[in-house]
Design a protein around this ligand. Structure first.
Ligand code: SF4
Length: 428
């Protein structure tokens, strides 16, 4: 399924281009984690046929509404959740076959599927491999048993190593692991021990997520009742910087606020999002971006499914950024990445501002490009707004996310620093 690089993506002036990057949301989880506010449907046995139908029908509706002739020529496809590994064998092949009329996977350069250790079996790994999946993103989070139980995760401390072994045995040479930080101190989780164990598994990619308290979650209730407390900003920053230092020292490239990869193993799908190129998201809660329009689907599985069955686009909202909003977003997205921004594009005020950031240790001393350091990434939203203010009068458009922020299109729930899947609603 791997093939040539397709041009037309990543250029400026995206308007009118069809997306080459597809996110599909599989919302089902066996139970909801304590911190999760994601577009999740709890289901011990997911309705796979109904889900494939709904996603394929949504694509049909979108293609008709957009007036697309022929198939989208996909470069990346990301199946996120939820817990896609809960769908079992045959689901990925079925999905690919059902969307093939409108989404051509012949040029795919990356097909990622998210898995949770407890449902990632040898049989499923072989099935995904045979279906063309070439990248696995595993929701590990921690190896500390009490923390896993507190989070509501279903795997045991040994589950992650077993899942990585399963992936390797099936032939996967591109495995990413998710790691969480900022857990309540009273749990006694040893972040450095977790880093040792992550590194021992030799993943090609590591995504790090900071726990945050999201409205409506059990965690939010526990905090409101005074039964739980989460780390203060100082400890949060210390943990993030400790992870960044360790992974960099071990040869991982910190290529985006929350993402680290061995050379050449960056997520192509997520890069498309950060570069601001068009992408399509299918499924409940999924986000799409076809410049200049961005839209997002209803979050509830049942509502989504009902609307699509009625032949209606399941959109909950949309927006079109004005010039000022688009500029702020460009800054915000570019500053997320290791490449940052070309320094020549800065106004005089921007260059003076960046000099101060360099003195503070928030930006690298690079005369060619403005690149934030990990300490700067902790202040991403604020710095993007400050930079934007030097380019024009301040805008009223709010910056997105927190001190980073997988996933706008795609952040793990309850996470501040964290982004894996573009177009999605989160990682598991
Ligand atoms: S955190 Fe992940 S595994 Fe847990 S309920 Fe949310 S989507 Fe499912």
């Amino acid at each position: 399924m791997r093939a040539k690089h397709t041009t037309g993506v990543g250029d400026s002036g995206q308007e009118g281009l069809t997306p080459r990057h597809l996110y599909v949301h599989a919302p089902f989880c066996a139970r909801r984690c304590s911190y999760c506010d994601f577009a999740v449907q709890v289901a011990a046995e997911p309705p796979v046929a109904a889900w494939v139908d709904a996603v394929a029908n949504e694509l049909e509706l979108v293609a008709r509404a957009q007036g697309w002739d022929g198939s989208l020529r996909l470069v990346t496809l990301y199946l996120g959740g939820g817990t896609p590994s809960l769908l079992g064998t045959g689901a990925v092949a079925r999905l690919l076959s059902r969307v093939a009329g409108h989404a051509d996977a012949g040029d795919l350069e990356e097909l990622t599927v998210e898995a949770n250790p407890e449902s990632f079996t040898p049989e499923l790994a072989r099935d995904w491999r045979a279906s063309g999946v070439d990248r696995i993103s595993l929701g590990v989070q921690t190896f500390h048993g009490p923390s896993l139980r507190w989070m509501g995760r279903l795997h045991e401390p040994g589950g992650a190593a077993r899942a990585v072994g399963t992936a390797r045995a099936a032939g996967f040479d591109n495995v990413g692991l998710d790691l969480i930080f900022g857990l309540p101190g009273r749990l006694g989780r040893d972040l450095h021990d977790d880093l040792d164990r992550i590194l021992a598994l030799e993943p090609e990619h590591v995504a790090v997520y900071g726990l945050s308290v999201e409205t409506g979650t059990p965690l939010a209730r526990w905090v409101a009742e005074g039964r739980e407390s989460v780390p203060d900003a100082e400890r949060y920053a210390d943990e993030y910087l400790a992870v960044a230092d360790r992974l960099a020292a071990e040869g991982y490239e910190h290529y985006e606020v929350s993402n680290f990869a061995r050379p050449g193993r960056e997520s192509r799908h997520n890069r498309a999002y950060w570069e601001g190129v068009p992408y399509l998201g299918l499924g409940n809660g999924a986000h799409s971006y076809l410049p200049p329009r961005r839209w997002w689907n209803h979050r509830g599985w049942q509502e989504y499914r009902t609307l699509v069955a009625r032949g209606e686009l399941p959109r909950a909202g949309h927006e079109e950024l004005d010039t000022a909003g688009a500029r702020l977003e460009r800054y915000w997205l570019a500053l997320r990445t290791r490449e940052g921004l070309p320094a020549r594009k800065l106004e005089d005020g921007g260059r003076a501002l960046v000099s101060r950031w360099v003195e503070q240790g928030w930006a690298a001393p690079d005369t060619e490009r403005l690149r934030l350091t990990p300490a700067g990434w902790l202040l991403l939203d604020r710095l993007a707004v400050e930079l934007d203010a030097t380019a024009a009068a301040p805008t009223t458009t709010a910056a997105r996310g927190g001190a980073g922020g997988e996933a706008g299109a795609g952040a793990d729930p309850g996470v501040v620093v964290g982004t894996e899947a573009a177009g999605g609603t989160g990682t598991a």
